[in-house]
Design a protein around this ligand. Structure first.
Ligand code: HEM
Length: 537
């Protein structure tokens, strides 16, 4: 099959045949000199030592020696595809971003990933999945860097190194490779009860998706949208797969992972190759932008909480279809650099402190991972809109900038580039009032760690609940430390009496009593009416 030629950086630049890969009919050195031989080193006689003057040998080996770049510190293993987002116009009244205008078609690149495993780990492990989308809009790049689980482990980004240190393989034995079945993970989640809802989702069938094509995606954080009149709304983003949400059962995951560790990667590529293009609706839950940033008693700045769809239905604002595989894994899937701060006019962030830390972390890590500050010039990262910045030089600089005055204002070079006016297509931060004493503490509204975990567990069907109990029993059973198992049973006692007794029985440990009532008196009236089917559509 002839791979498609796909534009990634404007009409003249193609990933395939972009003029920087192979050109010409002859094998050459990196500097274009034709070679007559590439299989034998230059030696002093047929049996003598290799000569240092053999530049071709040294160039070939040296380049090979530097082929690997660091894998991502998290989400190292992934698979990606190109596609298009088609807006239906339903968001036009709440967001002025051009990508949401009715009929707008925006090229996208999506990378799915596991979180904890290394680049070579298996696809089918129990883990959260990343779902990161890069929209190449005509107003700049917008990245929606989400997961397949709508809640997060922690409430504050300052804890991110801690949860990842706990969940990655143990520093002494470097095991397990990609599973949460180990002491440090369970130690962390037992000591950080805000992780309870996420852990429960992980232990449910959502932790082992059938296919990347059959996963929901969630922006998790609350974002702030701005419309053409400057009015704001708070939203949460949701991807809904046309193929529905499907999972593997544990035994299937074990067999599939053993037989084909690339199970999800292959599934995505094969489906696209066969023309069975996966698609997702993008939807938003919309909340009034009130001063307290709460909705029905739920703190919208707490990323460990969802808003049930019964309380705020997901409104579809467009559809994304993935229809082309990457041409080169390294050039595209490995070098793509997502960032939650890549925003476009009309989409703004909120004060969610997990999101705020992310805004720092991604650019920082990518400077190391991609070898300097110029990775936005790599074809897969280039915006499709014109770039005229004052960033200069640095490793891997690809631009040949003209002029002498990369500063603003200047009176040379025929004057500075124009600045956009506030009412044109410029990105403008919402002028939100902020004040307060500097503190290192969470608001009291972050203290409820169990009610949503209970709601989620109760929403599952009996067979799904059975899978959760089996997963907890298996994973906790891998812990060496009994006190860690006991502490986690203490948490499960606050979720469901049946669940804790099955898991405790499986582990051969006593069943603890709950430390808080299971009846959720603290839930708002609206929340306590949420039905059995929540949150599955
Ligand atoms: C990578 C999602 C929280 C740091 C990623 C990726 C996804 C993701 C999907 C992979 C992107 C790709 O495919 O290239 C999320 C979500 C979060 C979250 C949904 C919470 C709602 C955080 C936090 C931090 C963080 C709190 C740090 C403070 C990173 C880093 C990478 C990463 C360093 C690697 C980026 C790279 O090397 O390009 N995250 N993340 N994440 N995340 Fe997060």
């Amino acid at each position: 099959r002839q791979p498609e030629v796909r534009t990634v950086a404007g009409a003249e630049e193609k990933v395939k045949g972009n003029g920087r890969g192979q050109r010409g009919e002859y094998l050459t050195t990196a500097t274009g000199t034709r070679l007559y031989e590439t299989d034998h080193s230059l030696t002093a006689g047929e049996r003598g030592p290799t000569l240092l003057q053999d530049h071709h040998l040294r160039e070939k080996i040296t380049h090979f020696d530097h082929e690997r770049i660091p894998e991502r510190v998290v989400h190292a293993r992934g698979a990606a595809a190109h596609g298009t987002f088609l807006a239906n116009g339903a968001a036009e009244n709440i967001c002025k971003a051009s990508l949401f205008a009715s009929g707008a078609r925006t090229p996208v690149f999506v990378r799915f990933s596991t979180v904890l495993g290394s680049r070579g780990s298996a696809d089918t492990v129990r883990d959260t999945r990343g779902f990161a989308t890069k929209f190449y809009t005509d107003e700049g790049v917008f990245d929606l860097v989400g997961n397949n689980i709508p809640v997060f482990f922690i409430q504050d980004g300052i804890k991110f190194p801690d949860i990842i240190h706990a969940a990655k393989p143990h520093p002494d034995r470097e095991i397990p490779q990609a599973q949460s079945a180990h002491d440090t993970f369970w130690d962390f989640v037992s000591l950080h009860t805000e992780a309870t809802a996420h852990t429960l989702w992980n232990m449910s069938d959502r932790g082992i998706p059938r296919s990347y094509r059959m996963m929901e995606g969630f922006g998790i954080h609350t974002f702030r949208l701005v419309n053409a009149d400057g009015e704001t709304n708070l939203v949460k983003f949701h991807w809904k797969p046309a193929a529905g949400v499907h999972s593997l059962v544990w035994e299937e995951a074990q067999i599939a992972g053993g037989v084909d560790p690339d199970f999800h990667r292959r599934d995505l590529a094969d489906a696209i190759e066969a023309g069975a293009y996966p698609s997702w609706d993008l939807g938003v839950q919309v909340f009034p932008d009130t001063a307290d940033e709460m909705f029905e008693g739920i703190d919208l700045l707490d990323p460990t909480k969802i808003v049930p769809e019964e309380l705020a239905p997901v409104q579809v604002i467009g559809t994304m279809t993935l229809d082309a595989n990457p041409t080169n894994f390294f050039a595209e899937t490995e070098q793509v650099a997502f960032h939650p701060g890549h925003l476009v006019p009309g989409v703004d962030i909120t004060n969610d402190r997990l999101l705020q830390a992310r805004l720092f972390s991604y650019l920082d890590t990518q400077i190391t991972r991609l070898g300097g500050p110029n990775f936005d010039q790599i074809p897969i990262n280039r915006p499709h809109s014109p770039v005229n910045d004052m960033l200069r030089d640095g490793f891997h600089q690809d631009g040949v900038h003209t002029g002498v005055a990369p500063y603003h204002p200047n009176s040379l070079d025929g004057g500075c580039p124009f600045l956009a006016s506030a009412d044109s297509a410029a990105y403008i931060e919402v002028p939100e009032e902020v004040s307060g004493r500097k503190v290192r503490q969470a608001p009291a509204s972050f203290d409820d760690h169990f009610s949503q975990a209970r709601l989620f567990y109760r929403s599952l069907s009996p067979v799904e609940q059975e899978h959760v109990a089996q997963a907890y029993t298996f994973e906790l059973g891998k812990c060496y430390e009994e006190n860690i198992k006991t502490r986690n049973l203490g948490i499960l006692a606050n979720i469901d009496a049946g669940l804790v007794s099955i898991v405790a029985g499986g582990l051969g440990l006593p069943v603890p009593e709950p430390t808080e009532p299971l009846s959720d008196p603290e839930l708002s009236p609206a929340l306590s009416q949420v039905g059995e089917e929540w949150p599955v559509d």
